[in-house]
Design a binder for this molecule. Structure first.
Ligand code: PEP
Ligand code: MN
Length: 710
């Protein structure tokens, strides 16, 4: 634009002044627009029935805006993109306004942990996500590893952790999934960040000077094509992208460049040699905001629920799980499988569904799901990250986002809008789940009368087979447990028992051989092809025991150790829950509920005698508990006659009574030489006693229409 009577230099100055002025005007107008947005947010807050989004209105805005832009000779595409950003911003602002206000004075500084160094992508995602949240200040803390960030969260050193869960190019971040499975935390939000890799270096370094390109291996992989064309430079992996940028600044390395964000270049005083060096156009990372407790959010906000499950081993179980969602019209947005630690060829599934956990359709689907799962953990319900540009997580078909890049920006954005809007309202209304015994949400009987079968190694309990478990009270030596295993195996036992950690009434009695004993038990179990069950006394030992034992026993003395029950609920091992000596049947069931509520459905209940006024027996075997439990829960029920009897001779009659009453199996103490037993010697059966027992059991088991291996 050259005017007469002006030198080229003057024209430049004038043009720049005009732009500066217009930019200031734009900012002023944006601020004014945001004030209007505030008014709308106020209205929506006061009118909880008003819809949060109005797709028709957004579409209209795009049309008007685009028409006006084209009318003024501007590009409809670029005008559309500008509006899209403005709308995203407005929506974020409304979200912030609608977030339930914690005690006004109470919203103090929020501490957020992440993995990496300042200005890494996680750090940038924190900035983006917390734009929509009220806080007096944001304190960020970078950790060495994802695990360290979760440790700090659990210890209360930070309020949240923001961890990456998947990337559109590199896929899922398994370590984070594994942490969610194991730790006592919940997902409360998500954020999607556009990853824009840049090649950054010390000021003065030129592209042709670069001999080494340093970055996280995934980032290097994402920029493969660019690097191939960078003649004379080699790639060098580093534990994170921003860390690579920092290392260049620290080392003052003139021939090294890093692949990192533009922000990290700024942060470490580097310059950008080249922007957008990644091969694929769409490079987005989804982050999860993790907290210790779930958080409330506006009911109108489109939401998502993340779940973890392992299916039981019946044919078609995974299909039945997916069907449960389909039947309720619940949209599944992601399904991912991971191998289960310690159980080769078995898998954990991670699912994302639309909707929140307390919505009737979701609640009904979850209830249905429990019948087909060994483990079901709700990882969290949280507001879905929706943006006008349809920034979508990896699993959404590409076509949904493609509209964005069509020549007509307005139409493209509308297409994405439509898709989002439809998804948010696609859930049909279904009647609430039928009323049940409220207290027993998970352990109570099922609508269809179906019963849970629990798999322990290759043995199923609660099915047609009557299962005998046997072995010594305590593991005393390698020889003793191997001998015992041989003996019980020969008598048709399917599962080997043996205590390695013993809960003894006296601190001076033999306390068990601990992990050494557990290894012996496991060796004997492997040698005679029997899964093993052992008692866990302490929370600290639980996960180590779970790695070695096929089933975890909660003893009578710990039945109401709720912290221990919760811990076992977080692990993926079947639990043998023994009735407390003075626990009512309802209390046993509530104890089972604790384990199931924490995510583990594989619970077997065990009646083992209760304290009464009677002193003729060690405890009084409550035979009636068997049919009562069977009517009040779908869980398998077994009986331990040994600890009720206290003496050898009573074990057989009590075992027969329990079997006739409908128990799914027995757990019986046996020892190759009871006189030498270090624990419960008077009740230990000999080989002859065991033979007599199975002989007497056979007709009763058959009369029950059950099979057995003896
Ligand atoms: C045991 O089974 O070894 C045991 C200690 O049982 P209870 O917890 O039922 O006393
Ligand atoms: Mn015992």
């Amino acid at each position: 634009m050259k005017r007469p009577n002006s030198t080229p230099g003057e024209g430049l100055t004038r043009g720049r002044q005009a732009i500066d002025h217009l930019d200031r005007e734009l900012v002023r107008l944006l601020a004014e627009r945001m004030e209007a947005v505030q008014e709308i947010a106020d209205f929506k807050r006061q009118n909880p029935d008003a819809p949060l989004r109005d797709d028709g209105r957004e579409r209209e805005l795009f049309e008007v805006w685009s028409r006006e832009a084209v009318g003024k000779g501007l590009s409809g595409y670029f005008a559309g993109r500008v509006l899209r950003e403005i709308l995203n911003w407005s929506r974020r602002e409304q979200e912030r306004q609608l977030r339930p206000k914690a005690d006004e004075a109470g919203v103090g500084t929020v501490r957020v942990g992440f993995q990496g160094v300042p200005a890494c992508y996680s750090d940038l995602a924190i900035t983006k996500l917390f734009e929509t949240r009220d806080h007096a200040g944001l304190e960020r803390q970078g950790f060495r590893s994802f695990e360290a960030a979760v440790d700090a969260l659990e210890a209360g050193e930070v309020d949240y952790a923001l961890l990456p869960i998947e990337n559109t190019i590199a896929g899922s971040i398994n370590e984070v999934y594994d942490l969610l499975a194991r730790r006592n935390v919940t997902i409360v939000g998500e954020e999607i960040l556009d990853v824009e890799h840049c090649l950054v270096a010390l000021p003065g370094t030129k592209l042709e000077d670069v001999r080494v390109v340093r970055s996280h291996p995934v980032a290097l992989q994402q920029c493969g094509e660019f690097l191939d064309n960078l003649v004379g430079a080699v790639a060098e992996s580093y534990h994170d992208t921003a860390g690579a940028a920092r290392s260049i600044a620290v080392e003052k390395a003139v021939d090294v460049a890093a692949i990192a964000s533009e922000e990290s270049a700024q942060h470490y005083g580097l310059t950008v040699l080249k922007r957008r060096v990644h091969d694929q156009r769409e490079n987005m990372t989804r982050f999860l905001l993790i907290a210790r407790e779930p958080e409330a959010f506006d009911q109108r906000h489109p939401s998502k629920t993340s779940l973890l499950l392992s299916v039981n081993h019946r044919q078609g179980a995974l299909l039945a799980c997916l069907q449960a969602f389909a039947d309720q019209g619940v949209n599944l947005t992601k399904l991912e499988s991971r191998p289960q630690a310690g159980t080769p060829w078995e898998y954990l599934f991670y699912l994302d569904i639309e909707g929140r956990v307390n919505e009737p359709a979701v609640a009904t689907a979850l209830e249905e799901l429990r019948a087909h799962t060994n483990r079901l953990k709700v990882l969290g319900s949280y507001p879905r990250c929706v943006s006008v540009d349809g920034a979508v997580p990896v699993s959404t078909p590409k076509s949904a986002a493609n509209g964005l890049h069509s020549a007509n920006g307005a139409n493209g954005a509308n297409g994405a809008n439509g898709a989002n809007g439809a998804a948010a309202t696609s859930m049909p209304k279904v009647p609430a789940a039928p009323k049940k015994n409220k207290a027993l949400k998970l352990a109570g009987p099922r609508e269809d009368g179906s019963r849970t079968r629990v798999r322990v190694g290759n043995v199923e309990i609660g099915g047609t087979e009557f299962v005998l478990m046997s072995g010594p009270c305590a593991v005393e030596s390698r020889e003793q447990v191997l001998e015992a295993a041989a003996m019980v195996k020969a008598c048709g036992a399917r599962i080997l028992r043996g205590g390695a950690f013993k809960p003894r009434s006296s601190p001076y009695s033999f306390q068990g051989l601990g992990f050494e004993g557990l290894d012996m038990l496991r060796e004997a179990g492997r040698a005679y092809e029997m899964p093993v069950v052992t008692e866990v006394l302490r929370i600290e030992d639980a996960s180590r025991i779970a790695e070695r034992a096929d089933m975890m026993q909660v003893g009578a003395r710990n039945m109401q150790n709720f912290a221990l029950l919760r811990e076992l609920g977080r692990l993926d091992r079947p639990v043998l829950l023994k009735r407390g000596m003075s626990a009512t049947i309802d209390e046993v069931l509530m104890a089972a509920e604790y384990i199931m509520d924490a995510g583990n459905n594989q619970v077997i209940l065990c009646e083992r005698g209760i304290r009464t006024f009677e002193t003729a027996t060690r405890a009084t075997l409550d035979v009636s508990a068997v049919p009562v439990l069977k009517s009040r829960t779908h869980l398998p029920v077994i009986v331990d006659p040994s600890h009720a009897a206290g003496v050898r001779d009573l074990v057989l009659p009590l075992a027969l009574a329990a079997t006739a009453a409908g128990a799914d199996g027995l757990i019986v103490e046996a020892h190759p030489r009871p006189a030498e037993a270090l624990c419960d010697k008077d009740q230990a059966l000999t080989r002859e006693d065991l033979e007599e027992l199975i002989h007497a059991l056979r007709p009763i088991v058959a009369a029950q229409g059950r099979t057995s291996s003896f």
